[in-house]
Design a protein around this ligand. Structure first.
Ligand SMILES: [Zn+2]
Length: 529
């Protein structure tokens, strides 16, 4: 070959690699710009995913339709999908690319009991009475991550970028049911950076303990066993499991006064017996024990077990308990958050229409919240508070203590809502959610590019993880070796409601949007009284 190269050939041979490498590696800003353009070109798909998953309305561990739909899109687009990971039928991992770094996206997909709601309607109007619904907005997260992943895949292929993209579903987040099992199954062992994302009414990120409004928890069900008897003819022959539940709860309420202010604990009675003339032989109560750190959570969990045991002694019953979920309080990576913040600022808030603002204000008025419409500006980087007060939990916490991770909050919902209920579903299949998800996808794609192209940033994130975050605190799972994912949870509820919900599944081939399919005028608000 060499001999037939003339001088022109030689010049070509010398220049070609340079030309090729110039073609192979556009600058990072140019790639980010390309990512933004590509995300915009996928707006229709993003909207379809938001609407479709909204219409599935599946509770934790029962996200079968949602997982089938999302993995279908990913497989069609060249991602390898492994299903049923960590012993959870609705969990999976989708992978594209090879080599380091390995960047993982994660977001939730389950919904909330009794939160069924027609989208775009600013008052309570369920799609199916009593049915589950997306009263937190988890239907939008996969639209964000999958859009970003498809764009990344295109750019990686086009420009020969080295690295691996993984996508995880936050199965059963509402019952904190999956992530500790993901970690135990080693799903994050080879992952370098985790970019988690969660629906919000603002565009923001944070690091460390953030605003201090997180807790970790153990979620546990206590099953009491007594002895049935005729409640009037022979009550002395019976031993009431319901009495044990009641006494455990009463004991907890008295003790609550003497617990740290940072704790949050709550319970629901999931089985209170069958009918009054039968002494309940079976009864059950479900507790969430929340605190700020591992030792305090463990202490509450053990106190709960003691109280359950004490209640059996008072009532002549027995008890066993099943762990449903557990979560470390999330702790986010400063290096990743700082990189992400710049991208949030570059993307900026979506442009809200008059109709979007009208819906937001009408809903805020309807539920007696502060009426201020939708946010217009992105938030500055939220510095961590000094003394956390505690609040809700998210089982991504377990991941955040194993790999450098952040949560990007994208603006797809309305401010000042109560959470975990129908008002939080109102915007979630409307242009508010569609635009917010597109904005979120841009940041997810841009931040992944930052880490794919700058290995030194991956190193810095790990330095922070090792030398700051986990310098004195080491991850230890709440799971006992015999604990298994609670994959039977919500099965009956979904079996009851799925046939009714199916009639309302979104058909993107026939209707441009879900609002159009449902014949909902956007926005639908109460006439002024
Ligand atoms: Zn959530």
């Amino acid at each position: 070959m060499k001999r037939i190269l003339g001088s022109a050939g030689l010049i070509c041979a010398l220049l070609l690699p340079a030309i090729l490498s110039a073609r192979q590696a556009p600058t990072l800003p140019a790639l980010k710009q390309e990512a933004v353009t590509e995300v915009d070109s996928l707006q229709r798909l993003t909207q379809q995913m938001v609407d479709e998953i909204f219409s599935f309305s599946e509770l934790g561990f029962q996200e079968y339709e949602t997982s089938r739909y999302v993995t279908g899109i990913l497989e069609k687009n060249g991602f390898q999908v492994e299903r049923g990971v960590a012993g959870i039928p609705t969990a999976w991992v989708a992978t594209y690319g090879t080599g380091k770094p390995v960047i993982a996206y994660i977001t939730d997909l389950d919904c909330i009991p009794r939160a069924s709601q027609k989208p775009g309607v600013a008052y309570h109007d369920p799609l199916v009475e009593g049915a589950p619904g997306h009263g937190e907005g988890h239907n939008s997260g996969m639209a964000v991550n999958v859009t970003a992943a498809l764009v990344l895949k295109k750019l990686m292929a086009e420009h020969h970028l080295v690295g691996t993209i993984k996508i995880f579903p936050g199965v059963a987040e509402e019952i904190l049911g999956s992530k500790a099992f993901y970690v135990r199954a080693g799903l994050f062992k080879d992952v370098d950076i985790v970019l988690g994302t969660h629906v919000a009414h603002e565009f923001s990120t944070t690091y460390g303990v953030g605003q201090g409004d997180w807790t970790g928890l153990v979620s546990v069900q206590y099953f009491f066993h007594g002895r049935a008897a005729h409640a009037a003819f022979a009550p002395w022959d019976g031993r009431s499991a319901l009495d044990a539940v009641s006494l455990m709860n009463a004991g907890w309420e008295y003790r609550r006064e003497h617990l740290r202010l940072q704790q949050r604990s709550h319970y629901v009675i999931t089985n209170g017996g069958d009918q009054p003339n039968v002494v309940p032989s079976e009864a059950a109560v479900w507790y969430y024990f929340r605190e700020l750190d591992y030792p305090h959570i463990k202490e509450l969990y053990e106190l709960g077990n003691t109280m359950a045991q004490a209640a059996t002694m008072m009532t002549g019953t027995t008890v066993d308990h099943h762990l449903v979920g557990s979560a470390w309080p999330p702790y986010f990576n400063k290096v990743v958050a700082e990189v992400q913040q710049k991208n949030i600022e570059a993307v900026g808030m979506p442009t809200w229409s008059e109709a979007d603002q009208t819906l937001a204000k009408a809903l805020q008025k309807e539920i007696s919240a502060k009426v201020e419409g939708l946010k217009e500006k992105v938030e500055p980087l939220k510095e961590p508070v000094k003394s956390p007060n505690g609040g809700g939990s998210d089982d991504v916490g377990d991941i955040s203590w194993n790999v450098p991770m952040v949560y990007m909050f994208y603006p797809a919902n309305i401010p000042n809502l109560p959470g975990h209920s129908w008002p939080n579903a109102v915007a979630m299949a409307t242009p508010i959610a569609h635009k917010g998800s597109t904005a979120g996808a841009k940041v997810q794609a841009m931040t992944a590019l930052d880490f794919l192209l700058q290995p030194e940033l991956v190193q810095q994130a790990w330095d922070y993880f090792r030398n700051v975050q986990t310098k004195d605190v080491h991850y230890e799972t709440f799971l006992a070796p015999e604990d298994k994912p609670a994959i039977e949870m919500n099965k009956e509820k979904m079996e009851k409601f799925a046939p009714q919900l199916k009639k309302f599944y979104y058909d993107p081939l026939r209707y441009k949007t879900y609002l159009e399919q449902l014949g909902i005028q956007y926005p639908t608000v109460k006439a002024n009284p």
